[in-house]
Design a protein. Structure first.
Length: 213
């Protein structure tokens, strides 16, 4: 008798969805439009990683969401912490590729340095990433994930209005942000949203290293 093989279907991850994508996803799911606003608040303002924590949603609806969706983060392959409080995460995505994210605390700010590509197309002599070949662009979801991971580690949920440990974001990790413009732009729209991660556009910096030689 042949043995039936059941293939596990990966649930859709809602972390990294834009407002428009959440609206479309909930419409396809058969949920009311206001559900997208509720999910946005729980995902990006409160940092929820479990639908059970979304207490403003009825339990039957939470259970239904959990059966079809997930709120996952990339795995942390390695975490290094310096004596000055600087933290470096090596994050691994489901396809096995890895990037670095770094938080640098200072007296008047906390800068999060995020990656936009796996590898790099440029060969800047002062940059180790420049010695690596470009593997692929990061998706907007994978760019947003780096901020979520840092917020998790620093305990910055709900998104604080004052006394933040992440005040600035610099796109100077692995890769060149302007060579992955569409995904970077989509991620920054989520990161800057005042009802979510709420990082001011004045606190964002993007540097194309290859043109600075």
């Amino acid at each position: 008798m042949p043995t039936a093989i059941l293939l596990e279907t990966r649930r859709c991850n809602l972390v990294g969805h834009s407002r428009e994508a959440l609206v479309a996803e909930m419409a396809a799911f058969g949920a009311e439009p206001f559900r997208a606003r509720q999910l946005w608040h729980w995902i990006y303002h409160r940092g929820a990683t479990d639908f059970a924590a979304m207490t403003s949603l009825a339990k039957p609806f939470r259970d239904k969401l959990a059966a079809s969706y997930e709120l996952s983060r990339p795995s942390i392959s390695r975490l290094l912490t310096s004596v000055d409080g600087t933290r470096k995460w090596l994050l691994r995505f489901p396809d096995g590729e890895e990037v670095e994210t770094v938080h640098i605390p200072e007296e008047d700010r906390g800068t999060l340095c995020i990656s936009t590509q796996v590898g790099c197309t440029l060969t800047c002599s002062f940059c180790h990433t420049g010695t690596q070949l470009l593997v692929r662009n990061l998706t907007s979801v994978e760019i947003v994930d780096q901020v979520m991971i840092a917020r998790d580690a620093l305990g910055e949920w709900p998104s604080p209005q004052y006394d933040r440990q992440i005040t600035n974001i610099v796109l100077m990790g692995m890769g060149e942000p302007l060579y992955n413009f569409d995904n970077v732009a989509a991620a920054l729209k989520i990161i800057m949203d005042p009802e979510g991660l709420s990082i001011s556009r004045r606190r964002l910096r993007c540097r194309l290293r290859g043109l600075c030689r």
